[in-house]
Ligand binder design. Structure first.
Ligand SMILES: [Cu+2]
Length: 258
């Protein structure tokens, strides 16, 4: 028997006993229902997964993260702008895209997309954009100074002055892939640079600050997975197999170009 000072007060013991009885009663009464609910919920969840799986039985997903691996013999002075955590090396504004001979997106009448590139604090924000051919870029000027947007690429060139609060929309019709992105600059401020990558398929992505990317609804097959960080001139390419109904996880390590 417990010493008196360790014994629970009598009313506590009573209420505790009642409480235990109520718990047992509730357990007996509701356990079957709880079990049913759990099974029903998991069944519903499985159903959703199956639906998702059914939708993706014909296509696959490529998912991964891009990590910058430094090389003391080839320092990258701009790394501090794109790598938020030097330990992880996860790198933002990296373009990841599939490449294969004759690769074309599904022939559909998809709506034209418009992405925005601002000119702010004497920088293009974001510096790196990726679109499909036929999509548009809306350039803005949020600075209190005049800017300019220019492309000298022979496949699509333009040169437009951007007054304060100015807006200019440009349609990019010619896909140039990862090899020849459109370099956009400002004739007034030579340090301002941006890149517009244009693809004729939808299987591309630009990494965020967490370095992650995901390419969905990819037809199964063998591809080159091309990775470019234009500001750092970092490039990487590897073979990848996409399997229907499966997610291909692909960690990517980017190093300074040789
Ligand atoms: Cu400028």
């Amino acid at each position: 028997m417990r010493p008196r000072h360790l014994q629970r007060p009598r009313h506590f013991q009573f209420s505790d006993r009642i409480s235990r009885q109520v718990q047992r009663c509730l357990l007996r009464s509701y356990l079957p229902w709880c079990t049913f609910l759990v099974v029903a919920c998991s069944g519903g969840s499985l159903g959703a997964q199956q639906t998702s799986k059914a939708e993706s039985t014909k296509t696959g997903t490529v998912r991964g993260t891009v990590v910058y691996v430094s090389d003391p013999s080839r320092p990258w002075r701009l790394g501090r702008y794109y790598i938020r955590n030097s330990r992880s090396g996860l790198i933002a504004e990296t373009v990841v895209a599939l490449q294969a001979r004759g690769l074309k997106g599904p022939a559909d009448d998809r709506p034209v997309k418009t992405v925005t590139v601002d000119q702010k604090n004497f920088q293009f924000v974001p510096e790196t954009s990726a679109i499909q051919s036929g999509d548009r870029v809306r350039f803005l000027n949020s600075d209190d100074h005049a800017h300019n947007v220019r492309s000298a690429n022979p496949k699509h060139s333009f040169n437009v002055t951007m007054p304060v609060a100015g807006t200019h929309i440009e349609t990019f019709k010619v896909a140039t892939g990862t090899r020849d992105p459109y370099l956009i600059d400002c004739i007034f401020h030579s340090a301002m640079k941006a890149w517009v990558f244009v693809f004729d398929h939808p299987w591309f992505a630009v990494t965020g600050e967490d370095g992650s990317f995901e390419l969905q609804s990819v037809p199964p097959g063998e591809y080159r997975l091309e990775v470019v960080h234009p500001a750092g001139d970092l490039r990487h390419s590897q073979s990848i197999r996409v399997v229907a109904g499966e997610v291909t996880e692909t960690p990517i390590r980017l190093q300074p170009s040789k």
